[in-house]
Design a protein around this ligand. Structure first.
Ligand SMILES: NC(=O)c1ccc[n+]([C@@H]2O[C@H](COP(=O)([O-])OP(=O)(O)OC[C@H]3O[C@@H](n4cnc5c(N)ncnc54)[C@H](O)[C@@H]3O)[C@@H](O)[C@H]2O)c1
Length: 372
């Protein structure tokens, strides 16, 4: 099947590596036949890299609509700024093309709902390439926890702070503007975390958060911005099954960054990517957990995302990283942002059903005026 990429920025090379891993493993995969970026030199350089890794050079476009019309694609991976996800997805569906979207599914929940409805209306597949729930390690962890190896989940603690030195995360200014990214890092990074929380322990019921913009100005020396997306958030939440969570992320740390995730259950603790420690003193290394729970899953999350996309198109198999689960993850992030806006706990269902939208309204307002 023929695949196209729209957007050849920061994350596109990781996707190429995923396709390369599938090819190396002799798995059925996609042929990357077309790539598109508004910046021609970026698309050309990416096409050259694709040729080096995959053995054939994709056609280069700078207008994605032309690519959709001319390239004869079966599927497209959309690797663009968040405010473009919903319009580009609809254009792909209307052109008869299946879509793999990058996280977050959409810039805000109402657009996520629209995308899922559009996919159904056009009868096309919409998956999400969410690496925190894909790849052998993450799949094995979720299956092992759901299988009860650490007992019932009592609490999840997740802390991530980065030191940007008042520059841009990943070199991209758009990530700090809510009219382009939906929020600050709590959306861009946070949606990885909320997707993973709900994957391992089911739906989150209610959220309370504080959020701040501590750094009022960011600059890379050439461009200076005044961020509208939060750079720091502290959140507590409760799962439907009673488990509790404490989650914090910040791009405003100075001097020292930190990161760590602990999942505590009634029989032990899971350290994602590392091991499970059980109350009897037993340490279960990840390798053994993968061997037991996900022996056939591709190691690389992006390789897995393309395997899932292909199976969804060819066999109608529901993907682990579905658009619906992506919307739920986005709903938890927006519940936190809503809570920080109105100063009260917020039920995730109120966000998913569109009953509460004070924060989302501010995003929609900024989308009208945000310069591209
Ligand atoms: N680990 C992950 O899963 C991960 C990591 C990074 C980014 N992402 C996601 O991937 C997406 C892209 O992020 P990025 O970091 O690569 O961004 P980026 O800004 O580096 O790249 C986006 C690219 O899209 C191009 N572009 C913008 N508008 C376009 C248009 N209309 N037509 C064609 N090209 C256009 C830009 O020129 C740029 O090269 C976002 O949704 C982001 O959240 C996911």
């Amino acid at each position: 099947m023929k695949l196209g990429f729209i957007g050849c920025g920061v994350i596109s090379t990781a996707h190429l590596e995923g396709l390369e891993e599938l090819k190396r493993a002799g798995k059925e995969t996609f042929e990357l036949t077309a790539v598109c970026d508004l910046k021609a030199e970026r698309a050309e350089a990416f096409a050259a890299e694709a040729e080096k890794r995959m053995g054939s050079r994709p056609e280069v476009y700078t207008d994605y609509r032309r690519m959709l019309e001319e390239a004869g694609l079966d599927a497209v991976s959309v690797l663009l700024d968040h405010d473009l996800h919903h319009t580009v997805a609809e254009d792909c569906f209307a052109a008869g093309i299946h879509v793999q979207m990058q996280k977050p599914l959409a810039i805000s929940p109402s657009f996520g709902r629209k995308m899922i409805a559009d996919a159904a209306r056009y009868g096309k597949v919409l998956t999400l390439a969410e690496p925190s729930v894909l790849g052998a390690g993450n799949v094995a962890m979720a299956r092992a926890i759901r299988d009860g190896i650490i007992g019932s989940v009592y609490m999840i603690m997740d802390y991530a702070t980065v030191t940007l030195g008042r520059k841009f995360f990943a070199g991209t200014a758009w990530r700090h503007m809510k009219g382009r990214a939906g929020a600050g890092w709590i959306n861009d990074h946070g949606v990885h975390r909320t997707h993973f929380f709900t994957e391992v322990n089911g739906p989150i019921k209610e959220v309370f958060a504080y959020a701040e913009i501590f750094e009022k100005q960011l600059s890379n020396g050439e461009t200076t911005i005044h961020p509208t997306g939060e750079d720091t958030s502290v959140t507590v939440f409760r799962f439907d099954n009673g488990g509790l969570g404490h989650w914090m992320c910040s791009t405003a740390a100075h001097g020292e960054s930190t990161g760590g995730v602990w999942i505590y259950g009634s029989k032990g603790c899971f350290r994602p990517g590392q091991h499970a420690s059980l109350e009897n003193g037993q340490i279960m290394p990840m390798a053994g957990i993968i061997e037991r729970y996900a022996p056939d899953v591709a190691e690389n999350p992006f390789a897995h995302s393309y395997a899932e996309l292909r199976e969804a198109i060819v066999d109608g198999k529901p993907p682990i990283s579905s658009a619906e689960r992506g919307l739920e993850a986005l709903g938890v992030v927006f519940a936190a942002l809503e809570s920080a806006t109105i100063g009260q706990p917020v039920a995730v269902q109120d966000i998913l059903l569109g009953h509460k939208h004070a924060y989302e309204d501010a995003v929609l307002e900024e989308m009208k005026t945000c310069k591209r």
